[in-house]
Write a protein that binds this ligand. Structure first.
Ligand SMILES: *[C@@H]1O[C@H](CO)[C@@H](O)[C@H](O)[C@H]1NC(C)=O
Ligand SMILES: *[C@@H]1O[C@H](CO)[C@@H](O)[C@H](O)[C@H]1NC(C)=O
Length: 136
């Protein structure tokens, strides 16, 4: 049911996938310690609430096993991996929060509560070059 309700939002938001955004700040996540943070969540936590600057979170190649939560107040975020084969975020035991990929290649949460988060600020989240996996 959540999935069906969610579909119209996917369609409305698809055009953003091809858009570029004016990134003002870039932080690097590197699980090996070569960046600003070692986990994606740490980078998100660094972004201030009511964020006004487009912030790029660049995630170096690797598999990041963590459940990432992006609060609605933290908009203007570009999450960029080094390619769908290179950068993967995975987490398990949260099937109702599984990420879905739409026709434009963007990822969205299937959870209705998370969906509300992602749709409240229409143009403020972009995902590129990254794979989200749910593993059980
Ligand atoms: C991230 O690391 C780079 C390189 O060390 C540094 O120049 C930059 O200021 C850091 N950014 C933040 C937000 O900590
Ligand atoms: C999914 O949403 C429900 C409320 O609708 C919430 O209780 C649950 O914790 C959420 N799951 C995840 C993985 O966020």
């Amino acid at each position: 049911m959540a999935l069906l309700l969610f579909v119209p939002f996917l369609l409305l938001r698809a055009p953003l996938a091809g858009a570029s955004v004016p990134v003002e700040l870039t932080v690097v996540v590197d699980s090996k310690g070569g960046g600003n943070f070692t986990s994606v969540q740490q980078a998100i936590d660094f972004i201030p609430a009511d964020n006004q600057r487009w912030t790029k979170i660049h995630i170096t190649a690797g598999v990041y096993t963590e459940k990432v939560t992006l609060p609605w107040s933290k908009g203007k975020v570009l999450i960029e991996g080094e390619g769908p084969q290179e950068t993967t975020i995975q987490w398990g035991a949260y099937a109702d929060g599984a990420m879905l990929q739409d026709a434009a290649g963007m990822f969205w949460s299937s959870n209705t509560s998370d969906t509300a988060t992602f749709t409240s600020e229409p143009d403020d989240l972009v995902f590129k070059g990254i794979t989200f996996k749910v593993h059980f």
